[in-house]
Ligand binder design. Structure first.
Ligand code: SF4
Length: 385
């Protein structure tokens, strides 16, 4: 099923509500939903829900009211991403001569497609860490299936994302490492969420707030800022500081990487190690930065790229209000949620710590590599066949 916003009907938007509700109504399936950080800052807009009502706990209640079995938080796997990607960065810094620089973040599928098609020789610079969506899917069909003591093939894994490119990401060859079909079976956008809530007559304004399910419903403030440009960088720096110094920094210490400017740079020193970082959002800005890197005009160790202006808060799957750009309002909302979260560091997420103790052993372990990392060069862009 497809819908169109295009005035001449030339462009259609894929709609996956029917297969989602079919899975919800299938008694054999255990429907596990993850909700991305940026969704909580925007979901109420399409329902005319005032921002003070559109809380993350009311969002959990609304999704549960659709009849799904478990409602979890992608912030959990954003924290897991930081553990893997942060340690990968430190490992690359330790053996700097063996790697091509800078290291690029890899959690935005719009950006991954861009680099693979426009700068294919730099695909190797991408972190091998999967995105939080894909890490969550792999965890749901391995570690969480083990917790539930069910066959992983019974789990139907759904993500609610601010993004249309995430529908492509869960179909990339190799994103089935848990061995039970695609790790993420279906990805819905924030707009589809709002539509299915209306279609199923769920009125969030009349619902009490509810907690996410556990143990995959715990996320830190570092996880929630993944939804804003600069958030992945800041979350990674908080944990890199801890790993290198053995103690936490002030959680606000790296806030120089925040903002809405298209390209931002930061030079930092952590435990005597100098790190030159860049943060870019929007693919036009990304191309400018890539040309500078390629020509040698700019040199960095770590670059965060988000394809959408403002990052996922401004994602292509978010509600659209004609003539109004709400990315910055949503971004500020996420930093507010970070600040009021008692957990500010990914490495302190108790569910992440337990997942390593009980299943993954440690960041970059053999099992982590099997389930939480990917080879970006193993699949080809359609025009490379
Ligand atoms: Fe998707 Fe845009 Fe976020 Fe990239 S920045 S993950 S394309 S919403």
């Amino acid at each position: 099923q497809c819908i169109t916003h295009c005035p001449v009907g030339a462009l259609y938007e894929r709609d996956d509500i029917d297969p989602f509700m079919n899975a919800v109504h299938d008694p054999e399936k255990i429907v596990v939903v993850q909700i991305a950080p940026a969704v909580r800052a925007a979901w109420g807009e399409g329902l005319d829900l005032p921002r003070e009502m559109a809380t993350e706990k009311r969002l959990a209640a609304a999704v549960r009211a659709l009849g799904v079995d478990y409602v979890f938080d992608t912030n959990f796997s954003a924290d897991l991403t930081i553990m893997e990607e942060g340690n990968e960065f430190l490992e690359r810094m330790t053996h700097a001569d063996q790697y091509s620089w800078p290291m690029f973040t890899s959690c935005c599928p719009g950006w991954v497609r861009f680099v693979k098609s426009q700068y294919p020789d730099m695909t190797k610079n991408l972190s091998t860490a999967k995105s939080p969506q894909q890490m969550f899917g792999a965890v749901a069909k391995s570690y969480y299936a083990q917790i539930l003591d069910v066959d992983p093939s019974r789990i139907f894994s759904v993500s609610i994302m601010p993004c249309v490119a995430k529908k492509h990401e869960c179909e990339i060859p190799g994103m089935d490492d848990a061995g039970a079909g695609p790790d993420v079976d279906l990805s819905l956008t924030t707009r589809e969420l709002d539509r299915v809530l209306k279609a199923e007559l769920v009125s969030p304004a009349f619902l009490e707030e509810e907690e996410f399910d556990q143990p995959l419903g715990i996320g830190s403030g570092a996880g929630v800022i993944f939804g804003a440009t600069g958030g992945v960088m800041e979350a990674a720096l908080r944990t890199a500081y801890y790993v290198l110094n053995g103690k936490n920094p002030d959680p606000e210490m790296f806030k120089m990487v925040r903002g809405m400017d298209g390209i931002r740079e930061a030079e930092l020193e952590i435990a005597g190690i100098k790190i030159k970082a860049a943060i870019v959002n929007g693919l036009g800005n990304t191309r400018k930065l890539m040309e500078k890197i390629r020509s040698g005009e700019a040199e960095y160790h770590f670059v965060e790229v988000m394809a959408c202006p403002g990052g996922c808060v401004g994602g292509g799957g978010q509600p659209i209000t004609d003539g109004v750009e709400l990315a910055d309002v949503r971004r500020r909302n996420l930093y507010h949620l970070d600040k009021k979260n008692p957990l500010r560091f990914s490495h302190e997420n108790p569910s992440v710590i337990k997942a390593y103790e009980d299943f993954f052993e440690k960041p970059l372990s053999h099992k982590s590599h099997e389930l939480l990392h990917t080879d970006h060069e193993a699949w080809k862009m359609p025009n490379q066949r």
